[in-house]
Design a protein around this ligand. Sequence first.
Ligand SMILES: *[C@@H]1O[C@H](CO)[C@@H](O)[C@H](O)[C@H]1NC(C)=O
Ligand SMILES: *[C@@H]1O[C@H](CO)[C@@H](O)[C@H](O)[C@H]1NC(C)=O
Length: 507
Amino acid sequence: MESKHMQKKAWHCLYALSLIFLFSNARASDYAEALTKSLLYFEAQRSGRLPYNQRVPWRDHSGLTDGLEQGADLVGGYYDAGDHVKFGLPMAFTVTMLSWGVIEYGKEMASAGELEHALEAIKWGTDYFMKAHTSPNVLWAEVGDGDTDHYCWQRPEDMTTSRQAYKIDETNPGSDLAGETAAAMAAASIVFKKTNPHYSHILLHHAQQVFEFGDKYRGKYDRSVGVVKSYYASVSGYMDELLWGAIWLYKATDREEYINYVINKAHSFGGIGWAITEFSWDVKFAGIQILASKLLSEEKHKNYGGILEEYRSKAEFYICSCLNKNNGINNIDRTNGGLLFTRQWNNMQYVSSASFLLTVYSDFLANLNQHLSCPRGNASPGELLALAKSQVDYILGLNPKNISYLVGYGLNYPTKVHHRGASIVSYREKKGFIGCTQGYDEWYSHNGSNPNVLVGALVGGPDRDDEFLDDRGNYVQTEACTYNTAPLVGVLAKLNQLYGLQLIGSY
Ligand SMILES: *[C@@H]1O[C@H](CO)[C@@H](O)[C@H](O)[C@H]1NC(C)=O
Ligand SMILES: *[C@@H]1O[C@H](CO)[C@@H](O)[C@H](O)[C@H]1NC(C)=O
């Protein structure tokens, strides 16, 4: 009886779905599937000893002696991109963005059945940060280095490159790295507050200590850790990360010292001075400004109103620049296909971070029942969300090349991603050691699809003309990074909630 009823219902659903397929956009995005896949990517990037429930089957344990030479246990964390360096600054930004995504859209992730995976992705990072923070004023900044790592093309399981670890401390400061790591741990402490209060408490303790260290011993980390300079130099300096750390600590603790920091240093640290059209692993101002704007809606922040309003006006400069509603050059370029275009190399990182901030700000405005006023016209919360959706749809295949830039999603996606592990036969299938240059000779230069699909990776993406060349050597376009996918996770959850439901609702 029940099964018959169910069957009938299923037929109705199928019928409705096919109608929707026929009469609406035949290439409608499946945000639930994209969300599921986006979280798999973080499992492919895992360093260390993989757990029993590892879902990406072509990976195995790696980097099991990281830190050993330096007398620290630095096993774990994430490989950054297509190589095997563990770069602290972008890794921390990745974890901050995943955490922010859960804080905003955790409910939406839960209803898609993906919250647990998002929490695991965060914890894989924060477990590592706690290990890397070996004493109050010591934080390990990097394991491995770009130069020696890039000399080889190997699976992480075979790594023979240097695993030298580099740290910041009182005499070799790194306020940017400390600020971002504090932000990551503070944001994650909010995420785990209810489900794992003990873990949350420990994270918060580390976050406060790391922040204090970064604030007390000021300096750019790329001066202390020279090997990072040609890879992740902190071009914007450390003031943005200190404000970013402070505002996340305020959100995590509610303690006045942190909001005072954000308010008192708003001018001197550029928090309300910098109107900027980029939000990235290096430049955090737009994120700070949006978090500060959100404080405005709470009564208890009335006293800080003036400064918070200034933060808000800079936040809106950023959002207006995405919407193409600032004057003249103060807008983000777009390709003919409609993609926000910041720069040639790994442009997608800016697209996904902009999509996240647009979505968050859209919710903020909608809650206040307000519109955004830009120099070249107003915008409704719906317009902000529509822009974010258009960017995500472009990523998922609604673009002039009909390519999904989220690997493993759809029928047509990059198959020669610039990624050592994905481009070499899986260690599980072929255990024989593959050497440093052997990997270049036999796998990198092999003119064919990667043997392993790096599901959920967001690659660098097309150029200014929406053109894309799927070539392993074209790392500007075919390399993915953890901080490309991280901001997308929350947006996909939100879009799935809105448009996934709409599909069912229209039946
Ligand atoms: C992309 O798909 C559209 C619609 O199916 C089609 O008209 C167009 O020719 C395709 N473009 C490419 C480059 O394949
Ligand atoms: C690789 O293969 C493609 C298509 O099969 C071909 O067009 C291209 O010329 C090949 N490249 C090299 C370097 O052999």
